[in-house]
Design a protein around this ligand. Sequence first.
Ligand code: ZN
Length: 67
Amino acid sequence: MSGHPSAAAPGGRAQPFSCPYCGEEDLRPAEGGHHCPDCDRRFALTFLGRGAGERHPTRSTTTGGTV
Ligand SMILES: [Zn+2]
């Protein structure tokens, strides 16, 4: 039964607000993602998961810690 309206979680794709390369806001859906007509780049956003992830770099520049 698939009678629920799509209002809960946007699964999969996300709509970028602007081009990550030139900042153009007039993005258009294209094959595999979005196309920026201004810089003529095509890109896609990938949802990797929530949180910072487990495999973060160990050398974090945390100032004010135990030396
Ligand atoms: Zn662009």
